[in-house]
Write a protein that binds this ligand. Structure first.
Ligand code: SF4
Ligand code: SF4
Length: 455
């Protein structure tokens, strides 16, 4: 394990690369031991008052107990076992942002959850099997993408949903998202892959009056959802980046690990993190920056990877990873380009924008509102700072469904009070929850950006 167990990731300022210096906050620990870090907690309870689960579930003891108090107990008693309530934390990571003392709460929760699952959970239990399936969504999505029409019909066949709830504990209240008939990477290959992108980017640079050989290159982490369910988001990213003259590569990749961290499946998360770091580290060394269109994916790579794993190159990859719109805001005059733009069709609309918790943690919560504020024919209204409640796989668990919807209530009310009936967010599962709670169609900011700037 690494002796650099945390980072000085600044949740407010956008990550401009050079500020991301991993530091050892648990400086007297030689191994993966979070107990000394618990001493930074002065029991103010700010984390508890910011926890969306604790707000609606009186039985949940909250982040202070899950984090520093539990690790203090472990300091007194090495054999102290992790409390099972750690499985009720949704891993929204809002407590990280809330703590004035910089306690690494989500790192503590992730580690405790991993220990609970590996040491306390019955591997033959329905809960373990269900959580493992949810955490490894990529595998079932890959399978479904081979027969997307059949998978779509089967997944939303009423009796199948009922059985899924009775046998596996996956809520039957939600509709499964559709699988695309063509994955993003199939489309990408048909566009000529990296070679095609290089050519198109060079032409775009020429059109923009930039040197044909300018050093503008990014490696795209598309994640599972844009690959199998919403390739339109990934295609929008490609078109927008190429419009600005960026050459794109799409390296081999696994899941970012977000659903695995939330379910305590740290071995699965490490397996995919090794693939991702090994793919992206070489590219970063060659001068590429990594970009992600899902805010939970960028969050995982920037913060959770260096906090939880010691893999060659992991800190460089974390320091050079950006959310995709954030990256363009840093390097291009997006506001200038949008000043003369307008959009047509269904995207000339009023949007009810929800900032995902993981975007908030990266300081990106006002991004879409600021960016599209003056765009002709478009309105973007922030629906407040509440959590959507779904938190990835959390709201898909039958026993968590009601809690998830109670958390989401505030966001649903604000969306309904906003002008317009289209939602906007960067997180695919927040989008599911927004759609489920209001019936609105939900779009990604990249889709609006594509409509505004790509001819
Ligand atoms: S990660 Fe979210 S749900 Fe979990 S303890 Fe922190 S604030 Fe609460
Ligand atoms: S917010 Fe930080 S300092 Fe306050 S109780 Fe929570 S962990 Fe401790």
């Amino acid at each position: 394990m690494s002796d650099s167990q945390s980072t000085d990731f600044d949740p407010v300022a956008p990550n401009a690369g050079e500020d991301f210096e991993p530091v050892d906050v648990f400086d007297d620990s030689d191994d993966f031991d979070l107990r000394p870090g618990a001493d930074s907690c002065y029991k103010c309870s700010t984390c508890d008052t910011n926890c969306p689960v604790a707000e609606v579930d009186d039985d949940f003891p909250g982040p202070k107990f899950q984090g520093p108090e539990q690790w203090r107990l472990k300091r007194r008693d090495d054999d102290h076992s992790v409390d099972d309530s750690v499985m009720d934390c949704s891993n929204c990571m809002r407590c990280d942002n809330a703590c004035p003392s910089g306690v690494g709460l989500s790192q503590m929760h992730n580690t405790a959850r991993g220990e609970y699952v590996s040491e306390e959970m019955d591997k033959l239990s329905v809960e373990y099997v269900r959580n493992r399936l949810l955490a490894n969504y990529r595998k079932s999505a890959w399978l479904a993408s081979k027969v997307p029409r059949l998978a779509n019909a089967a997944a939303n066949f009423g009796p199948a949903r009922w059985l899924g709830e009775k046998l596996l504990g996956v809520t039957g209240e939600r509709e499964f998202p559709d699988f695309a008939t063509e994955t993003f990477t199939e489309w990408w290959a048909a566009q000529g892959g990296a070679a095609g992108s290089k050519e198109r980017a060079r032409e775009a640079r020429e059109r923009r009056g930039e040197p044909r050989d300018a050093d503008k290159k990014v490696a795209y982490f598309h994640g599972c959802y844009a690959e199998y369910n919403t390739p339109e988001v990934a295609k929008a990213l490609v078109r927008v980046y190429e419009h600005f003259g960026y050459e794109i590569v799409v390296p081999e990749q696994g899941c970012s690990g977000t659903p695995m961290f939330a379910n305590g499946m740290l071995d699965d998360a490490r397996r995919d993190a090794e693939v991702n770091v090994s793919s992206f580290a070489d590219l970063v060394e060659e001068g590429y920056d990594a970009i992600a269109s899902c805010t939970s994916c960028s969050m995982a790579i920037r913060q959770e990877y260096p906090e939880l794993f010691d893999i060659d190159g992991i800190e460089d990859v974390a320091a050079n990873t950006f959310e995709s719109v954030e990256y363009l805001r840093i390097h291009e005059d997006l506001e200038g380009e949008l000043a003369d733009a307008d959009v047509g069709d269904d995207l000339a609309a009023e949007f009810a924008y929800h900032a995902p918790c993981h975007a908030r943690n990266q300081g990106l919560d006002r991004q879409a509102v600021e960016l599209f504020g003056d765009l002709d024919g478009v309105g973007v209204e922030d629906v407040g700072d509440s959590c959507s409640g779904i938190s990835g796989t959390y709201g898909w668990k039958a026993e968590k469904y009601e809690t998830s919807m109670k958390i989401g209530d505030e966001m649903f009310d604000h969306m309904e009070a906003a002008e317009g009936e289209t939602g906007m967010t960067e997180c695919p599962t927040c989008a599911m929850q927004m759609e489920h709670g209001t019936g609105y169609d939900v779009r990604h900011p990249l889709e609006l950006l594509e409509a505004a700037v790509v001819a």
